[in-house]
Write a protein that binds this ligand. Structure first.
Ligand code: MG
Length: 168
């Protein structure tokens, strides 16, 4: 880098929330987790992938998944969220970016996510084409209060650093 030149990185943030209902599948970062309840959603309701997609699009100032994949469009009904990630990676690549590292927090009362953490990290690493040591996943309960604590909702927050797509 020449002196005085800005480093070629960007930072983005994304969040997502879905209502929970019994008898629906729970997908997190592309991994199906055994659970008595899952998100009510137009797509598969994968809150990690939705938060991550918005974080990547935000970092590249390229809009959000609501505009790329409107939930009024029947084409996206039941859409596997890994397709959203593929689309988002293509969008940011055209602008010269790729993800450098990510950090994710899932807010869910139950089941416990910690035992699935490495499976989720590995799935995200593969989807994003990065090594697992660049993927952070944490989980928090709602301490029994609020929409998360009362198991009415699942939420995720993601932070992404984008680096120049030319970097190895
Ligand atoms: Mg969503």
């Amino acid at each position: 880098m020449e002196s005085g030149e800005l480093p070629a990185t960007r930072v983005g943030i994304g969040t997502d929330r879905h209502r929970l209902a019994t008898g629906l599948p729970l997908l997190l970062g592309g991994v199906e987790i055994a659970s008595s309840h899952g998100p009510v959603a137009h797509s598969d309701g994968d809150v990690i992938l939705h938060a991550l997609s918005d974080a990547m699009l935000g970092a590249a100032a390229a809009g959000d998944i609501g505009t790329l994949f409107p939930d009024t469009d029947p084409r996206w009904k039941g859409l596997a969220s890994r397709h959203i990630i593929v689309e988002v990676l293509e969008t940011i690549a055209k602008l010269g970016w790729k993800p450098g590292n990510i950090d994710v927090i899932v807010h869910l009362e139950q089941p416990k996510i910690s035992e699935h953490r490495d499976a989720i990290r590995s799935s995200l690493a593969e989807m994003l084409g990065m090594s697992i040591d660049r993927v952070g996943v944490k989980a928090k309960t709602g301490e029994g209060i609020g929409p998360v604590g009362e198991s009415l909702a699942i939420e995720a927050m993601a932070v992404v650093q984008l680096v120049s797509a030319e970097e190895r």
